[in-house]
Design a protein around this ligand. Structure first.
Ligand SMILES: *[C@@H]1O[C@H](CO)[C@@H](O)[C@H](O)[C@H]1NC(C)=O
Ligand SMILES: *[C@@H]1O[C@H](CO)[C@@H](O)[C@H](O)[C@H]1NC(C)=O
Ligand SMILES: *[C@@H]1O[C@H](CO)[C@@H](O)[C@H](O)[C@H]1NC(C)=O
Ligand SMILES: *[C@@H]1O[C@H](CO)[C@@H](O)[C@H](O)[C@H]1NC(C)=O
Ligand SMILES: *[C@@H]1O[C@H](CO)[C@@H](O)[C@H](O)[C@H]1NC(C)=O
Ligand SMILES: *[C@@H]1O[C@H](CO)[C@@H](O)[C@H](O)[C@H]1NC(C)=O
Length: 462
């Protein structure tokens, strides 16, 4: 499933000097305040969703079928990323972006910081590092044509090297160009134009916009991308922060409303336009209710990699403190976790093992862990136990429709479903848990990387 949280930099965690210094929270406890009214955004662009079939999905389908190889012929056009049957169950949220005058549909990712498009003529690899035909990467276009851009400037002697949480990786050259999203236009933005891509595309997206912090960027002072390390990382200002520096927004916020597609859409539609908004300078224009909270983003200790707000901590992700999850029976488990990120690039909601174990039992019939595949499966017509997430003293409810996702079909053609909340690993300080799209469908998330705060506002039911 979509799991675009960047992992390469975190594994190289060290003290890095960002050129854009976000305010560091020095308060020891979480500082929570009532939300000031956030102004309407100056620029909003619609978000569309594509439901790509990533390898993990194909693996899921294979696992669910008892690992029997696919028997049906792929649909026409068949790049290898088109699964043989089954339904779409992943969603990536995309928006139209112009780079150097060229149009791309890019994934919106708050779990990483680099904006990239593959360059024309790139080499495609599978996740096991074997070369495969370019079409296997299934980008939406042939890639970025440096020659055709009047504004592209190369950044010599450096390279890009990134690995995402789902095993996809890219590397190659870096440059600067004008990046435009709706009315938000940033000049001389540092972007990566990789010539090596291991990507499980969907035929629509041609890359990604990274909206997290400078310390999570993946450009290195070496011409050889295999020599990337914490020592030679060259952190830079990601797209939104560059726009803030260039005074392209009145307020240093961007705001995201990701709408849930219907079960039918997730099951049948290859591409859904209008699934929310990405807004710059204010709040995304969707109806909300009164529940809102503004909370500090947690930094990390450079030495231990554990959330820490003391002096010298580094910002990477939009990490927040989850005070607890509430569901029937939740009083019997420790549900708090302070290392949980808001990540638009991750489809599901990943919680500590004890939390999902207790929650799964409350579905009627219960959701069960498929040991082979490591995901909880649930009857598509199960009754969903109510779930809410406590953040900053407020309770944000997750709609039951986000807790049952179509995940493919079995050999008899029955739809198989998984739960929207899944196991993120043991409840230890080092584990990063994820408030992915399952959660984000229910709120407007407004990110202020300059003040180091996030505002969450419960959306009106839709
Ligand atoms: C993006 O652009 C394509 C055509 O280039 C258009 O079909 C699509 O609706 C646009 N999507 C959004 C979300 O504006
Ligand atoms: C890039 O590296 C080459 C060879 O090491 C060197 O000659 C050149 O001056 C460098 N360019 C820049 C802009 O640093
Ligand atoms: C990259 O490293 C070289 C030394 O190897 C140094 O001279 C140069 O200033 C560094 N480049 C940047 C952009 O920091
Ligand atoms: C990225 O850098 C790591 C070392 O940090 C290296 O092992 C890996 O091969 C590099 N990836 C690519 C695609 O160059
Ligand atoms: C997060 O929890 C860990 C223990 O699990 C603790 O060491 C750390 O100080 C906490 N960080 C914050 C910012 O609360
Ligand atoms: C749910 O679906 C199963 C078969 O898929 C069926 O046997 C069962 O009766 C259904 N339950 C309800 C409550 O509709």
């Amino acid at each position: 499933m979509g799991f675009l949280t960047v992992v390469s930099v975190l594994s190289l965690l060290h003290v890095a000097h960002a050129e854009f210094s976000a305010v560091r929270r020095v308060a020891l406890g979480p500082r929570v305040r009532e939300t000031a009214v956030i102004p309407a955004a100056e620029f909003s662009v619609p978000i569309s969703a594509k439901t790509p079939r990533r390898s993990s999905k194909k693996n899921a389908l294979a696992a669910l079928r008892g690992r029997t190889p696919p028997t049906k012929a792929p649909p026409t056009g068949g790049s290898s990323t088109v699964a043989v049957d089954g339904s779409d169950f992943d969603e990536e949220y995309l928006t139209n972006v112009t780079i150097g005058g060229q149009h791309f549909s890019l994934i919106i990712d708050t779990g990483s910081s680099d904006t990239w498009v593959p360059q024309k003529g790139f080499n495609c690899f599978d996740l096991d590092e074997n070369p495969v035909p370019e079409s296997t990467c299934a980008f939406g276009t042939a890639g970025f044509d440096k020659q055709a851009s009047k504004t592209f400037k190369p950044f010599p002697n450096v390279s890009f090297n990134i690995t995402y949480g789902d095993g996809e990786f890219l590397s190659g050259p870096v440059g600067f160009d004008t990046v435009q999203i709706g009315g938000f236009s940033v000049s001389q933005q540092e972007i990566a134009v990789p010539n090596l891509a291991a990507w499980e595309g969907d035929g629509v997206n041609t890359g990604l916009i990274g909206l997290a912090f400078p310390d999570l960027t993946s450009v290195y002072n070496t011409t050889d991308p295999t020599k990337a390390s914490g020592e030679n990382q060259l952190p830079y200002s990601p797209l939104f922060l560059s726009g803030v520096k260039q005074k392209k927004v009145a307020n240093p916020f961007f705001s995201i409303a990701l709408s849930r597609g219907s079960f039918d859409q997730q099951e049948n539609d290859p591409f859904d336009p209008n699934l929310g908004f990405l807004s710059f300078g204010g709040i995304a224009p969707v109806p909300v209710v009164n529940t809102a909270v503004t909370i500090p983003i947690e930094g990390y200790s450079a030495t231990t990699g554990i959330p820490n707000n003391g002096p010298g901590s580094d910002f990477f992700f939009y990490t927040v403190n989850v005070e607890g999850y509430t569901f029937p029976g939740s009083n019997h488990v420790v549900t708090a976790n302070n290392n949980t990120i808001l990540d638009t690039g991750t489809t599901l909601h990943f919680v500590p093992t004890p939390v999902i174990e207790a929650y799964a039992k409350q579905f009627k019939p219960p959701a069960v862990l498929d040991e082979d595949f490591g995901l909880y499966l649930v009857a598509c017509n199960a009754t969903v136990p109510p779930l809410s997430v406590q953040i900053g003293g407020k309770s944000f409810t997750i709609d039951p429709r986000d807790e049952i996702l179509p995940a493919g079909t079995d050999d008899e053609g029955n739809i198989i479903c998984i739960t929207g909340t899944q196991d993120g690993g043991p409840n230890v300080a080092e584990d990063i848990f994820i408030l992915g799209d399952t959660f984000l469908h229910n709120v407007v998330a407004t990110f202020n990387p300059v003040a180091g705060e996030v505002t969450l506002t419960q959306r009106a039911k839709y």
